[in-house]
Write a protein that binds this ligand. Sequence first.
Ligand code: GDP
Ligand code: MN
Length: 428
Amino acid sequence: MARLAALKEYGEATNRDRSRFAGPRVARPAAAYHRRPVKIQEADAKKLLLAQGLPVPPYEVARSPAEARAAASRLLHGAGHARQVVIKAQVLVGGRGKAGGVKLASSDDEAEHVADAILGMTIKGIPVRKVLVAPAADIVREYYLAAVLDRGARRILLMGSAEGGVEIEQVAETNPGAIVRIHADPLLGLRDWQAREMAFRLGLAGHLKAAVGVAKGLVKSMLAYDADLVEINPLAVVREGGPGGGEERLVCLDAKVSLDDSALFRHPDHEALRDPDDEAPADVEARRHDISFIHLEGTIGCMVNGAGLAMTTMDLVKRAGGEPANFLDIGGGAKADRVAAAMRLILAEPKVEAILVNIFGGITRGDEVAHGLIEARSRQDRDVPMVVRIVGTNAEEAARLLEEAHFATAASLDEAAAKAVAAARAAR
Ligand code: GDP
Ligand code: MN
């Protein structure tokens, strides 16, 4: 194992929202939202990028030290004759390298040991269940290149830096000038001259054709997959054909892709790329019940039906002097069990000090909602004040049920918001 310790360790710092790198000009209307884009594993990301023609070196995925050994054996003794392999933890956090999750190995035995060690790790709280095994690259220089959705500019932004590798976060903070930013045309995409400009400004003139291909490929991948981030760090110039000799080539050594989950319905096979380790149990549970669960930062939990009603409810809570802790949109036609599930999810959030239920009955029946609320409250172990407003279909029936169960109700939305805010204050 002494040799293991001698192997180089690498890593990026944290896994942050890359749109921050776009600079202060960028409006961040959704800053208060904890959006949950679907992050996917490096190996899956590489597969998507390969399909768009990007230069990704070959790799295999292994779930056990024995599988890693077999993969390494193929790479070390097969046609490619790799001198070393790189073994990389497949977890959805940045800085795997720095955490010891990226290591080199020179033999089958060593590959098995290294894989065993990495598969036994947890990185930033996440257990490593898979590793990627690839021929180790002989890196000449590392660059950073990413395409990100720039919501403020309503365009795809291509960002590049010649200071790629593990310290890109620091570059973004301390030397933002070292990041080259080019917006793709919303209709024409990234044009050739823009891709060339990026290549020149990164100092990749010697690999112009390849760099242009990668730049255009990233933007193309953004569109093809409805991604909100496609990031290559490092994009590396590597030496091929052993030390001293051979050619240089530009390759994508790492890949990070995150998908817009609102567009997942257009890519049914991407659903399987979701990593359950990346999702909070509450979000998994919400999805299971077809509830949109949006996390905010205040103290008032909001259960609503319909996106428009959700927005209005947020506004009125704010106007009444409160801050929403979240909203759960139970959608149209919700039955009692979905309502009860939503209520459990709200109650499980410790920051929630009061609950506002605002339901407009159309297809959704008020009495169903009332039954769900009554059932949920009969099981709750935390006493959180709740104000309910139900109008529309079967509202009278709902009002009767809620009154019998001693719920606080409100006739108007303004009144409901004011009562919820007052209850939250009183709860302090
Ligand atoms: P991250 O730390 O999670 O971003 O993982 P990366 O895949 O980016 O790996 C981190 C660092 O490990 C890279 O910046 C490289 O310097 C290094 N690295 C990754 N793959 C190889 C490889 O095949 N050969 C060598 N020599 N270094 C590598
Ligand atoms: Mn990386």
